[in-house]
Design a binder for this molecule. Structure first.
Ligand SMILES: C[S@@+](CC[C@H](N)C(=O)[O-])C[C@H]1O[C@@H](n2cnc3c(N)ncnc32)[C@H](O)[C@@H]1O
Length: 295
């Protein structure tokens, strides 16, 4: 089998979550199952892993990959903000470890039909969960100028948010913006291109993806609820790929520590080694934080 996504900071996850052979773990972002496979390698057949993903199609790949560990895992199509419901349904009261490797997988970004990449032409979709209603296309064509400006500024930290939002509104009044390349060309018309060191659509695409999938709110809720499911000495790891997500993990972890419910295992976030980045360029912006429940 060929997997498009290479699990990030894998050794660090295994070491820092302190996987126990009889433990119960939740991989909230199972994706193609890279982290889950490595955990199941340790815990099968005595432990148990629940793998959650909101993208039903990627779960098919994970199911095949993890088939050799039958009986030791359950895959669930759901949003990780429902982590408590998922555990209730499976009659799981508490767990030894939780993994949140948030963001997008190569499986999703490499498929033009999913609309995540500004380098590939496809429909403006960007839904991680294809059964949800809101697409990037509906946001781009129906959100107000103020809403678009806010999304680009807050989630993308895009300094030309107003100019881009204004150009989108004028272009969509002529005809709807339906594809990734139509959006890229609209962005390019709105801004001084020579000011950009990165692709000029990077921040807008990131912002739209966050808005379409409600990513920040979901992460915040999953950390709170996931933490409540940890056993004493249970650990949670969050791997994030941009500063807004990392800030959420950092602040949430700090809150648990201040309330004397936890100790922080990673004083500073861990990042991939140069060797890992050489092998997997997509790991370059990853940051990993770990917390342990103390009571
Ligand atoms: C970076 S990939 C995970 C890769 C995985 N750790 C591996 O090694 O193959 C992130 C995955 O999380 C899923 N995801 C993102 N947000 C989610 C959410 N709120 N609930 C459930 N799954 C989510 C995505 O669909 C994607 O498959």
């Amino acid at each position: 089998m060929i997997f498009r996504h290479i699990p990030v900071l894998l050794k660090e996850v295994l070491d820092l979550v302190c996987i126990k052979r009889e433990g119960t773990y939740i991989d909230c972002t199972v994706g193609e199952g890279g982290h889950s496979e490595a955990i199941l390698d340790i815990i099968h057949p005595k432990g148990f892993l629940v793998g959650i993903d909101c993208d039903e199609s990627v779960l098919e790949t994970a199911k095949e990959r993890l088939g050799k560990f039958a009986g030791s895992f359950k895959l669930v199509h759901d949003n990780f903000f429902n982590i408590i419901d998922v555990c209730n349904r499976l009659d799981i009261k508490a767990v030894d470890g939780i993994i949140l490797d948030v963001g997008i997988s190569s499986y999703q970004i490499d498929d033009p039909e999913r609309g995540f990449s500004f380098n590939k032409d496809g429909p403006l979709d960007m839904r991680m969960d294809q059964s949800s209603d809101l697409t990037a296309q509906s946001l781009i064509n129906h959100a107000s100028y103020d809403e678009l400006t806010k999304i680009f500024f807050e989630y993308g930290e895009e300094r030309y948010s107003r100019k881009i939002a204004s150009k989108i509104v004028s272009e969509r009044n002529k005809r709807p913006i339906q594809t990734t390349f139509e959006l890229v060309s609209t962005i390019k018309k709105a801004i001084p291109l020579r000011r950009y060191r990165i692709h000029p659509a990077t921040r807008v695409f990131q912002a739209l993806r966050i808005a379409v999938n409600n990513e920040l709110r979901n992460l915040s809720d999953a950390i709170t609820d996931g933490f409540s499911l940890l056993k004493k000495e249970g650990r949670m790891v969050v791997i994030s790929f941009h500063s807004l997500e990392d800030r959420i993990a950092k602040n949430k972890f700090k809150g648990f520590k201040i309330r004397e419910q936890a100790k922080i295992i990673t004083k500073k976030p861990l990042t991939p080694t140069e060797e890992e980045i050489d092998k997997n360029i997509r790991s370059r912006s990853a940051k990993l934080r770990v917390i342990e429940k103390t009571q």
